[in-house]
Design a protein around this ligand. Structure first.
Ligand SMILES: Nc1ncnc2c1ncn2[C@@H]1O[C@H](COP(=O)(O)OP(=O)(O)OP(=O)(O)O)[C@@H](O)[C@H]1O
Length: 333
């Protein structure tokens, strides 16, 4: 079995006036549902276009199913099903014709799988693509991408256009694919949906991977502490090793600190520090973790002295931070 279905080495994509990807190192293991999360413009589509051979990177390299998408695009496409965020289908064909046409590029079994999928989605085969609703087009695109039962399914915003019921069923079917050893790599803005199905999460921000780990590890490693101090000017106590403060906000005498590697047993050490009145800890949802990772200043606190955020001053850093921070190495691990 291969070690990584997708691997990238220092993958960099520079457009004129824009660094879309900045030295990305990524490994996606087989049999996983990997969710790539990122804000608008984070570089998700650029990464997917490189992985599918549609875009040549400025530097660095990528391998998909052990092939180079640039020099071995056919090998890659044979093994990969891909649905872009804006699938282009031949509008003048009917739903049946496009299946028949696409089947000619794939081994036997494609057409039968496609027709079964279309039937399940209740789309008439004789309907022209051009008159389909957005959701029906998405269903046709998904049916085409899945009909050759690909080793790797790459989906860019797969559920946009699908109604909630179909979205849920579709995403849950991805868990079954992963259980059978196939891999699903999807980019999404729908964090709560992703949380139900993904086992590994990558958070991309300004072209750099801020976090890349299993959902359980990511959720288990991040904690929000609310520390009440007896004076708003007292500095926060040092956190016990290996806890690291990643982001800190002031609200008068209260500090909200997002901490990596915090253990409940550390609370008493903080409570005993000078100036500390009370400490509360709370685990974070994936959505909160995502928002924290994409905030200005995240990670700056991991290399003290970090900037302080004062909400009373409109949330702007007053510690002199410039630009966006990255955690530790700034790479996926
Ligand atoms: N062909 C191009 N020429 C110039 N800039 C580009 C090009 N393609 C992408 N970019 C820029 O690269 C950055 C990343 O874009 P990308 O489409 O990868 O983001 P994304 O994470 O997929 O965003 P969204 O969630 O909005 O789809 C953006 O700043 C975008 O403007």
């Amino acid at each position: 079995m291969m070690n990584a279905v997708i691997s990238t080495d220092q993958l960099t994509m520079r457009f004129r006036g824009c660094d879309a990807l900045m030295g990305l190192n990524l490994n996606v293991r087989p049999g996983t549902v990997f969710a790539l999360l990122g804000e608008n413009g984070a570089g998700k589509t650029t990464l997917i276009r490189i992985l599918t051979g549609f875009q040549k990177p400025t530097s660095g390299s990528a391998r998909v199913c052990e092939f180079n998408p640039l020099t071995q695009p056919l090998e890659v496409r044979r093994r990969v099903g891909y649905v872009s965020d804006n699938p282009t289908l031949y509008d003048w064909m009917s739903v049946g014709q496009i299946g028949w046409f696409t089947a000619s590029f794939y081994p036997d079994g494609f057409l039968q799988n496609y027709r079964e999928s279309i039937l399940r989605y209740e789309i008439p085969e004789d309907r022209k693509i051009r008159v389909l609703s957005k959701g029906q087009r998405a269903k046709v695109a998904l049916s085409l991408a899945l009909a050759h039962d690909p080793e790797l399914l790459i989906l860019d915003e797969p559920t946009s256009g699908l109604d909630p019921m179909v979205r849920r069923e579709f995403l849950e079917s991805m868990i079954g694919r992963a259980a059978s050893g196939r891999t699903v790599f999807l980019s999404s803005h729908q964090i709560s949906e992703v949380e139900r199905v993904a086992d590994t999460i990558g958070i991309l921000h300004n072209g750099a991977m801020q976090a890349c780990e299993s959902l359980n590890d990511l959720k288990g490693s991040m904690t929000e502490l609310t520390i009440s101090m007896d004076d708003s000017l007292v500095t926060l106590p040092e956190l016990p090793v290996p806890a690291v403060a990643m982001l800190e906000e002031h609200r008068g005498r209260q500090r909200q600190v997002i901490v990596r590697n915090f253990e409940p047993s550390m609370i008493s050490a903080i409570e005993e520090a000078p100036g500390v009145v009370a400490v509360r800890m709370r685990s974070m949802t994936l959505e909160e973790i995502f928002i924290a990772h994409t905030r200005r200043g995240f990670g700056d606190r991991s290399s003290p002295p970090g900037p302080m955020f004062d909400l009373a001053d409109g949330g702007e850093p007053n510690g002199g931070s410039s630009g966006d921070a990255v955690i530790a190495s700034g790479e996926s691990r």
